[in-house]
Design a protein around this ligand. Structure first.
Ligand SMILES: [Zn+2]
Length: 282
């Protein structure tokens, strides 16, 4: 049913019209997580023909200097959250379509055989519940099925240091905290540590400045913004759907989630941002 809805909406011409005329001067930031090579090829072939990719830093610079002119029309920033090991396979696609990608890494998970807690516990109902309890309760619950932040698994789940180093000429790596907790369910000390430690650990490992954080699961409050500013970040990315402009708060940047879909109609509709006006986005 949803598939049909995306097809109808796509062929209505509304998505193209909406972004071309109504939101022409806006910047959309897309978020992906773990798409396969085929989906990436399909997605970036389409996006490269219909949008103008810009690096995340250009958006930050435009906001900081209040200079709209440095942004092209139909500007689009591409981001990936978590640092999944399969992102490495996408490098040829990023090169082919010249996509200036930003990948947000968990400093405590990359370059280890540790795992993301939501890949250990894949039941979406349980995940949903775990996002509503305190960080300590979440970790206690996960420990019952053998999970801990430091536990090493048989398979590599996150990008390794050598993969990151191969991608570094083409990819802007930034911060997604240390272990991907729900920051708003952490106490002050935990939240501050996750935000601050990740920045310094990544800077040390990557030998590059880290200036952006993507709040895990998009959850943040004024407290997380404050901790991020104090740690020296220049911006924070949410998963609130919508567009950005030079007037945007750099610590509350909006992103469009394409749901890692391989349905071209869904890709077209969601990347236009028009779905954020309706209520069937997820
Ligand atoms: Zn994430």
């Amino acid at each position: 049913m949803k598939k049909l809805l995306f097809a109808v909406l796509r062929y209505s011409g509304l998505p193209a019209f909406y972004r071309q005329f109504i939101q022409k001067r806006k910047v959309s930031v897309l978020v992906f997580h773990d798409i396969d090579l085929e989906t990436a090829e399909l997605t970036f072939e389409y996006l490269s023909q219909h949008y103008n990719f810009i690096p995340l830093n250009d958006l930050i610079q435009a906001i900081e200097t209040n200079e709209e002119n440095i942004l092209p029309k139909k500007a689009m920033v591409i981001t990936f959250d978590d640092g999944h090991v399969r992102n490495y396979q996408l490098l040829p696609v990023f090169k082919k379509y010249q996509v200036p990608v930003t990948i947000f890494l968990c400093s405590g998970i990359i370059d280890t055989f540790r795992n993301y807690w939501f890949l250990h516990e894949r039941d979406t109902k349980i995940q949903k519940h775990l996002k509503t309890i305190s960080n300590k309760e979440r970790l206690d619950f996960l420990s019952l099925s053998g999970y801990s932040n430091e536990k090493e698994y048989k398979h590599q789940n996150a990008l390794s240091a050598s993969q990151i180093s191969d991608m570094t000429p083409y990819v802007n790596f930034q911060s997604h905290t240390v272990f991907h907790p729900i920051l708003t369910q952490c106490d002050d000390e935990e939240s501050n540590w996750e935000i601050t430690k990740a920045k310094f650990a990544l800077e040390k490992k990557l030998e590059r400045p880290i200036n952006a954080i993507a709040y895990p699961n998009g959850n943040y409050t004024k407290r997380e913004i404050l901790f991020s500013k104090n740690a020296g970040y220049q911006c924070g990315l949410t998963v609130k759907a919508g567009f950005n402009s030079i007037k945007s708060d750099p610590f509350e940047l909006k992103r469009l989630d394409l749901n890692d879909s391989n349905d071209i109609n869904e890709i077209i509709v969601k990347s236009s941002g028009i779905h954020s006006l309706f209520n069937f986005s997820n």
